[in-house]
Design a protein around this ligand. Structure first.
Ligand code: GLA
Length: 502
């Protein structure tokens, strides 16, 4: 009798799960193998009413509604539209009902069709965890780190998810042998995709690519370098890996125990639980946790410059904050970001820096002239210098660009004042950065396709005639000059970077 009741209950609940005649209704889970012992889960939350299909696709960091859903027998078609016109993209889905699974084929414009298997998941599959209320605001005290913009390397721009322990060690070796370390590059930062899940006590685990983070930290420290790591305030990172949500203090303690010296904390998955105007409180939580860990850890905020982070970044203990979306290895992306930083200059200073994103120098998408412009602009901007290339394989030109001591000295100047645009003439721009001891760095940039002549007047930099020495820091020559100005020809997409001493 009792068994019958259980069986009835089971049947009833199954029936609830798969209402008769609506076989597509439910949560369907696609597990993509990341190849490191972790899986990326995407959930199709579908609702069939007759021949109409509605629902959402739940990714680790966002959800998208489905449109134009039609069921015909065992087949369903629907689409997902992302982006805004004119950059709208439509992915077409075809799902076929098999015995206990869905066979799903996705066609995206310009890409080969992708097929996957979705299996039925629990009714809450893909749901965000319960929301934890953000804390009340207070000021996290300055811990004295990052008096000059952090310098180092980060895995993301070049390696994306193809980063592992052996590669990071080889990068650390190459940072020493190439002269990068001697030039000031210190932090070796592992970006997203090192994470696995958590053990029963909630402690974050590394995936197969990183067998022992403490041993890796010891290796990096043994080279006189420092180790950086990455996480998210959300349940999931941008690449869909385990985030720090609800485990902030525990993770900060784990990082400290491993010997981590730098944390990049990336918003992504937090967007499912918090609004932009809650970012400050959410970032403050990890700021407090890092301070409480007892280790000196640089705190890098990565939330793409939203919610005017420069106005509150230092208050949450942040040493640097991204000011824009992701850079890519193109002239268009680099210049859009770099030349767009002018108005943020007042917010930078020792211990708290605007971060226009990592360097693309040496990744191959720009010419060496353009990479010199990239490096010069970042130096004028007092930007963090995080190389984003494969430092194991660098051309001599790439090494020369990344390790030019005089350019780095501009970036690392102790005054910590971010440079500003002085004047635009056609497609050329003059930028000025005041340096310690009354010196100035002046960048004359040519954004155009043709060579251009520019006349720089010392008076427009507020210097009149008291300039003692003018140094071209790329050609590493003192410039012959007479009078109160400098006439210079700039190659297309090029720069002349001057240091003026008084
Ligand atoms: C975001 C960040 C990038 C990188 C990736 C990793 O896009 O802005 O810099 O960290 O996430 O998934």
């Amino acid at each position: 009798m009792k068994n019958l009741a259980v069986a009835c209950l089971l049947l009833f609940s199954l029936n609830q799960d798969i209402p008769a005649g609506t076989p597509f209704t439910g949560r369907w889970v696609v597990r993509a193998d990341n190849g490191d012992g972790t899986f990326r889960e995407t959930v199709l939350a579908l609702d069939q009413r007759g021949s109409t299909l509605t629902g959402r696709i739940i990714n680790p960091t966002n959800e998208q509604p489905i449109v134009d859903g039609v069921v015909t027998g065992d087949n369903a078609t629907f689409a997902v539209v992302t982006g805004r016109p004119p950059n709208q993209r439509r992915a077409e889905y075809r799902a076929t009902r098999r015995e206990i699974s869905l066979e799903v084929a996705v066609t995206r414009p310009g890409q080969k069709p992708q097929s996957m298997i979705a299996t039925r998941g629990p009714a809450n599959a893909g749901d965000a965890p319960a929301r934890i209320e953000p804390p009340a605001l207070h000021r996290v005290p300055d811990n004295g780190l990052a008096r000059t913009p952090p310098m180092g390397w980060n895995s993301w721009n070049h390696f994306r998810g193809r980063i592992d322990d052996a590669t990071v060690r080889a990068i650390a070796d190459a940072m020493v042998s190439s002269g990068m370390k001697a030039a000031g590059y210190t932090y070796v930062n592992i970006d997203d995709t090192w994470e696995a899940g958590r053990d029963t006590s909630g402690r974050i685990q590394t995936n197969r690519k990183f067998p022992e983070m403490k041993a890796l930290a010891d290796y990096i420290h043994g080279k006189g370098l420092k180790l950086g790591i990455y996480s998210s305030p959300g349940p999931r990172t941008c690449a869909g890996y385990e985030g720090s949500y609800g485990h902030e203090e525990q993770d900060a303690r784990t990082y400290a125990a491993w010997g981590v010296d730098y944390l990049k904390y990336d918003w992504c998955g937090a967007a499912r639980l918090y609004k932009d105007d809650e970012m400050q409180a959410v970032y403050q939580k990890m700021g407090d946790a890092l301070r409480a860990s007892g280790r000196e850890i640089v705190y890098s905020l990565c939330q793409y410059g939203r919610n005017e982070v420069w106005t509150w970044g230092p208050q949450v203990g942040g040493h640097l904050w991204r000011t824009t979306g992701d850079i890519s290895d193109s002239w268009e992306s680099m210049t859009r970001i770099g030349f767009g930083q002018d108005a943020l200059a007042p917010h930078a200073g020792p211990g708290h820096w605007n971060d226009p994103d990592m360097l693309e120098i040496g990744n191959g998408g720009m010419t060496n002239t353009e990479y010199r412009t990239h490096m010069s602009l970042w130096a004028i901007l007092a930007a963090p210098l995080l190389a984003g290339n494969d430092v194991r394989n660098m051309s001599p030109e790439t090494v020369a660009i990344l390790t030019n001591r005089e350019v780095i000295a501009i970036d690392q100047d102790s005054l910590g004042t971010q440079g500003r645009r002085v004047r635009t003439v056609g497609e050329t721009e003059i930028w000025d950065r005041p340096l310690a001891n009354g010196a100035h760095a002046v960048g004359v940039f040519n954004r155009g396709q043709a060579a251009s002549r520019v006349n720089v007047r010392w008076s427009e930099l507020g210097l009149e005639k008291n300039v003692r020495r003018v140094r071209d820091v790329w050609s590493q020559r003192d410039v012959e000059r007479a009078g109160a100005d400098y006439d210079v020809e700039i190659e297309p997409h090029g720069v002349v970077l001057l240091r003026l001493d008084r």
